[in-house]
Design a binder for this molecule. Sequence first.
Ligand SMILES: Nc1nc2c(c(=O)[nH]1)N[C@H]1C(S)=C(S)[C@@H](COP(=O)(O)OP(=O)(O)OC[C@H]3O[C@@H](n4cnc5c(=O)[nH]c(N)nc54)[C@H](O)[C@@H]3O)O[C@H]1N2
Ligand SMILES: Nc1nc2c(c(=O)[nH]1)N[C@H]1C(S)=C(S)[C@@H](COP(=O)(O)OP(=O)(O)OC[C@H]3O[C@@H](n4cnc5c(=O)[nH]c(N)nc54)[C@H](O)[C@@H]3O)O[C@H]1N2
Ligand SMILES: [Mo]
Length: 715
Amino acid sequence: MVRQGYLAERWASDGALRGREPFVPVDWDTALDLAADALRHAIETGGNESIYAGSYGWASAGRFHHAQGQLKRFLNLVGGYVHSRTSYSAGAAEIIVPHILGMPFFSLMRQAPTVEDIAAHTDLVVCFGGIAMKNTQVMDGGLGAHTAEDQLRALANTDTHFVNVSPLKDDMADFVGADWWPCRPNSDVALMLGLAHTIHSENLHDAAFLATYCVGFERFLPYLTGESDGQPKDAEWASALADIPAEDIRVLARRMASGRTLLGISWSLQRAEHGEQSYWMITLLAAMLGQFGLPGGGVAYGYGSVHNIGFAGRRQPNFHIAAMDQGKPPVNRYIPVSRIAEMLENPGGAYDYNGKRLTYPDIDVILWAGGNPYHHHQDLNRLRKAWSKPGTIIVSEPWWTATARHADIVLPCSTALERNDFAAGSNDTYITPMRQAVKPFGNARSDFEIFSALAERFDKGDEFTESKNEMQWVEHLYEQTRQRADSAGVELPEFAEFWDGEQIDMREQLDEQRFALEKFRDDPEKNPLRTPSGKIELFSETIAAFDYDDCRGHPMWFDKQEWLGSERAQRFPLHLVSNQPKTRLHSQLDNGRTSRDAKVSGREIVRINPEDAAVRKISEGDIVRLFNDRGACLAAAVLTECIRPGVVELPTGAWFDPDGESLEIHGNPNVLTRDAGTSKLAQGPSAHSCLIDIEKFTGHLPDITVFSQPATQEA
Ligand SMILES: Nc1nc2c(c(=O)[nH]1)N[C@H]1C(S)=C(S)[C@@H](COP(=O)(O)OP(=O)(O)OC[C@H]3O[C@@H](n4cnc5c(=O)[nH]c(N)nc54)[C@H](O)[C@@H]3O)O[C@H]1N2
Ligand SMILES: Nc1nc2c(c(=O)[nH]1)N[C@H]1C(S)=C(S)[C@@H](COP(=O)(O)OP(=O)(O)OC[C@H]3O[C@@H](n4cnc5c(=O)[nH]c(N)nc54)[C@H](O)[C@@H]3O)O[C@H]1N2
Ligand SMILES: [Mo]
C-alpha cells in the first residue's frame, strides 16, 4: 500500500497528510522500487546519515526472522543508517548502572538474587514497584516455561516478609500477603533517603562494607544529614514527600538493618523524571545494609519486570545463541532511542548525553520494521507533527497499526506463525523450534524476503542472503548455536532431530553460576568491579565532572516538573500510571480477541480510586475523558480501592485512534505522557511522570476506527 499523495509526488508530497490520506494498493515490485528510489535519493542528497532506522520495538520471537536484524543487515550493506541506543524499557538504568556498578545493566539484572536463595536466607523483601505478576509472563526472545507464579507462591509460604511500595496494591499478588505502602508515584528516592537517614542516625549501617567495597559514602553523607543544604533527609522529610507515615519509615529502616534484606526495584521507577536517581539511591541504601553478594541480600534490579530476573536461577546459558550477522555499521551516528520526536523537530540541534555533546541528524527517510512508535513513544500528538517532516516513511508490519497507517509505503509482513524459525530467550534455558503453522496471509512476505528484494535493487542480493533460503538459514543458525553450546559443554541434538521435536530444556546441563557481586564480595582485589575505582561508586567522579544540573555526583532528590508534589498538580491533580498491559504484549494483537474482550464499550479501562471518582461524579463503566495540555483520550472507568487516591492507571497498548486533532477515542495513554529525557545523563524516556485530570464524557461516543482497514483508492 502506498499513500496516495506519495505515489503522485514521492518525497515532495505533503508529509502532514500521513495517516489522513487514502492508500493505493500496488504490487510488490512497485512498492519495493519506490522504497529503493527513496533510499537512493536520501543517500545521494543527505548521505546515509539521513536515514533513520533505529526501528525500536519487540516484533516477535525468533532468532532468524528478527525484524530489526534483517533491516540493519540490509542497510549496513548499502552504506549504513542512524541507529538508536538503549531502550524504552530501561534507558536510564542502562546508562547509570555501568557508572556505579561497572557492568552492563542487563548482565547485572540477570544476576539478581534467586528465588531459592531468598526462600532460604531472606527475612525481608522490600519491593519498589512491586513484583507485578502480569509482567512476569514475558521475556525477550521468548520464554520456555511460565514458572514465576509457582515460584512466588513457594516463596510466599516461607517466613520471608514482603513490603510492596507502589501506588497500586495489585503490583504484588494477594497470595504474597505483603504490606502495602501506597507511596506517591515518583517519590521513591525520597523514601529511600528517609530510610537511609534513620539507618545512619541510629548507627545501623555497615561501615566496614562501605569502606571496603564502596567509594564516596562520605561525599554523600553531608547531603543526607543536611549539613550541605540545611535539610536533613530524615523520616519526616521523606514522609511529607512520599505520603507514608514517618514512624513507619523508621520502623522499616530498623527492620531492614536487623536481618537479611533484599531490595527490589522494578524498571518502572527509572522510566520517570530523574529516573537514574532511583537506581543509584537503592544501590546506596543496600550498600549501607552491607549485604551485596550475600545469598538473598542486596538489590534485585528489575525483579518481576520480566520473567527471568530472579526467577531464572543460577543455571543460565554460558554461550550466545546465534543470530544473523548484521555486519559492520558504516555510519556511527545514533540518538538515545526515545529522543526521536526531538530529532525530527530539530535537525542540527545540540544535546547532552552521558558526557557527550551530540547533534541531531537531518532525517529524510525513516525505515521501520518490528516496532510501533505510535504505541511506544510519549506525547503522540507531538510525534505526529514531527513525523510529517521526513520525505519518506517506510514501514514493514503485519497489521494496520497506527504506525503503518502513518507510513508512505507499507510493506505487509508475515507473522511468526507463517514462518520457520527457532526461539531462545536471552537468559532462558529453553530452545524451541517454531515451525510454520499456516501459509502467509495474502501477499505477505517475511522481513527476510522484503530486505532481500530491497538488497537486490542495490546489487547486494547475494551478499544479503549468502545464497541461503529461510530453512537453510534456520538450520545454519541452529548449527552455529549447537557448536557454541558444545564448546561450553552443553550438548544439543542435531538439527533434524531438533526440528521434528519439542522444545529443549538445557537446564540440567548448565552449571550453577556464581554472580559477579558474589565474587566481588569474596575478593574485591582479585575481582574488582569495572568502575574507575573498582568499587561500588556511591559518588562518581565521572558523573560529577559532567557538571549536569539534573544528575550530580551522588544520588539525590530532585524537584520535578511533573508529579503530585509539583505546581502543575494544581492544574492536573491526578498522576497517571501508564503501565504494561495485562492482556497483551504492548500493542501487539490489540486487534485480537483476548485484548478486545477486556475492554468496556470498546475502550481501554482506566482504574480510579472511588474518592477521586466521587468528586468528579464518575461511576463504574462511565466513559471518561482523560486530559492535560498535551492531549486527551477516552477510556472506561473502573473504580477500585487497589489504587491510591490521586493516582489513576491506564495501561499502554490501545491502538492510537485519533478523532481529528484533539481527541484520541480508544484509550492510548501516550497522548498524555511526557516526552522528555530523564536527565542529561541518560536521556531515557520518562512516561511514568505524568499528570492529568479526568471528567465524565458526555458527548457522542465515536466508533473505533483503528481495527478496520484504512480507506483505499484504486490506482
Ligand atoms: N506510556 C508508556 N509508554 C511506554 C511504556 C510505558 O511504560 N508507558 N513502556 C515502553 C516500553 S518498556 C516498551 S519496550 C515499548 C514497546 O513498544 P514496541 O516494542 O514498539 O511495541 P509492540 O506493540 O511490541 O510493537 C511491535 C510491533 O512489531 C510488529 N511485528 C510483530 N512481528 C513482526 C515481524 O516479524 N516483522 C515486522 N516487521 N513487524 C512485526 C507488531 O505487529 C507490532 O506492531 O513501549 C514503551 N512505551
Ligand atoms: N503483560 C505484559 N507484561 C510485560 C510487558 C507487556 O507489555 N505486557 N512488557 C514487558 C516489558 S517490554 C517491560 S520493559 C517490562 C516493564 O516492567 P516494569 O517497568 O516493571 O512495568 P510497569 O508495568 O510499567 O510498572 C510496574 C509497576 O510499577 C508501578 N509504578 C509506576 N510508577 C511508580 C513509581 O513512581 N513508584 C513506584 N513505587 N511504583 C511505580 C506501577 O504501579 C506499575 O504497575 O514489562 C514486561 N512485561
Ligand atoms: Mo520494555
